[in-house]
Design a protein around this ligand. Structure first.
Ligand code: TYD
Ligand code: MG
Length: 456
């Protein structure tokens, strides 16, 4: 096959050069030139752009389809997807190796295959390996079509002839196009292959799910660019040493972002956990210092997470600060607030904080829990049992209300919590059965409560 001519394009400014150079001649950025097609095929973005001649139409005249969604039959997966698979949508599923991407998608394709045609393209494992996995999952007779192929043109041809409704590409990093000389997995290849698959998806109303590997830095290998091309970005997270796996929607054009699906990895694949709210609590026999329970929102669902802290005399001149599952920069900021407004000086101490169970909590509502656990460890006092907190802490020492306080409180009450220390602005209008609400407006008040005689 005749090679299409290639050129190099800058990932920063888009400028083109005929040969590779270390520095972009247009914007002077370093190491940004990647191989690309010299002449883009005229139809490359046609499906996105519409007809050949530019056609301007009044917004109101554009007929909208209400996107019919095909549920995958896996409830937790449908939840992160926003109800199911949308025809023509492109989904990127990222995550560390071995976390369960292939397992989840094989299960999903098997469930979809029962009603519609589903194709699973494997570039990493042989057909036999995939069959062995299917056997383990009890899906050996599932109506899924398999294809072991890594060449883009062959994959596209197979999709065009078989016309499946859903296709999994496992993984996008193994796919390459003949048109480019770069190695599979390079930014240029991944971007070009994803763009072509996206075009195919939009043209033929096929749902395409791309599996993407995450590099050590946490970005999907090379192509963060992919996040912009696709409609939905899902990431697998979770502590590889525990059996729980979370699938989080980072971006979703067809549903709520930040929605979370919770699974447990079992001997027979991933099983949805329908009631995960108490999953991230560790069960101490009695209250221990350095532990504070946070009521957080994950997508539309309240979740109770134990935040742990250890404050210990610094072993070297430079005190360490480490946050696992929480924002490290925010920790530094909170320690400064604790010092300035709470009079608690941690400068000579190492401070470690951790969200139990490998969950990642990004929302500022975790602030008060971080301070609670740090204070509790620092003073070596256990906070009251069965109590929880949430609230954002401001630089002036004020405690700001957070979204959906009611839902957090109701979930906690359901799980048997008895006391909640929350921002004054989140005080519920009606009392909540069994829950003693302690509203606080400033960090000093929260410290007062933690240190107070109410501790049982
Ligand atoms: P896999 O789906 O291959 O991960 P990825 O595609 O993200 O790299 O997950 C493999 C891991 O899951 C592996 O360590 C074995 C484990 N596993 C189970 O515990 N139970 C199962 O039924 C299957 C299929 C895998
Ligand atoms: Mg895999």
């Amino acid at each position: 096959m005749a090679k299409a001519k290639t050129a190099y394009a800058c990932t920063e400014c888009g400028g083109r050069s005929s040969k590779w150079q270390g520095q972009c001649p247009h914007c002077a950025a370093w190491n940004t030139l990647v191989e690309t097609l010299a002449v883009a095929p005229p139809t490359r973005f046609a499906a996105v752009a519409g007809g050949t001649a530019p056609e301007i139409r009044p917004l109101a005249s554009v007929a909208t389809r209400s996107e019919p969604r095909g549920p995958t039959g896996i409830e937790e997966f449908d939840r992160v997807l926003g109800g199911g698979l949308v025809p023509g949508a492109v989904i990127l599923l990222g995550g560390d190796p071995g976390i369960g991407k292939s397992t989840l998608l094989l299960q999903a394709m098997a469930a979809i295959g029962a009603a519609r045609r589903a194709l699973y393209v494997t570039g990493e494992e042989s057909l036999e390996q995939t069959a062995i996995r299917a056997q383990r999952l009890g899906l050996i007779n599932a109506p899924v079509e398999l294809l072991a192929e890594v060449q883009l043109e062959a994959i596209v041809a197979a999709i065009r002839t078989r016309r499946p409704e859903a296709v999994v590409i496992d993984s996008i990093q193994t796919v390459y196009t003949e048109a480019l000389e770069s190695a599979p997995g390079s930014v240029a290849q991944v971007r070009e292959c994803a763009a072509q698959l996206t075009r195919l998806a939009k043209q033929s109303a096929i749902t395409v799910i791309l599996v993407g590997h995450v590099t050590k830095e946490g970005a999907i290998a090379g192509p963060r660019v992919l996040e912009h091309i696709v409609d939905t970005v899902l990431y697998f997270e979770g502590d590889p040493h525990s059996s729980f796996r979370l699938v989080r929607a980072i971006k979703n054009r067809f549903g709520a972002a930040n929605e979370l699906g919770v699974f447990a990895m079992t001997e027979r694949g991933l099983k949805g956990v329908a009631n995960p709210s108490a999953l991230f609590l560790s069960h101490h026999a009695e209250a221990v210092p350095g532990s504070c329970i946070l009521a957080t929102m994950e997508g539309s669902r309240p979740l109770l997470v134990e935040v742990q802290a250890l404050v210990d005399a610094a072993q070297s001149g430079l005190a360490k600060r480490l946050a696992v599952g929480l924002d490290p920069q925010r920790l530094a900021l909170l320690l400064a607030v604790l010092h300035r407004h709470g009079g608690v000086e941690t400068g000579a101490f190492d401070v470690f904080v951790n969200a139990v169970g490998g969950v990642r909590v990004g929302e500022p509502a975790a602030d008060l829990a971080v301070l609670g656990s740090v204070y509790s460890s620092f003073k070596n006092i256990a906070l009251m049992e069965k109590s929880l907190v949430f609230g954002e802490v401001g630089l002036a020492g004020e405690i700001r209300p957070v979204q959906r306080g009611q839902e957090r409180l109701r979930e906690a009450a359901k799980l048997g919590f008895r006391r909640a220390i929350i921002p004054t602005g989140n005080r519920p209008k009606q009392p909540i059965d069994g829950l003693d609400i302690v509203p606080v407006a400033r960090i000093e008040q929260a410290l007062e409560v933690w240190r107070g005689p109410a501790r049982a």
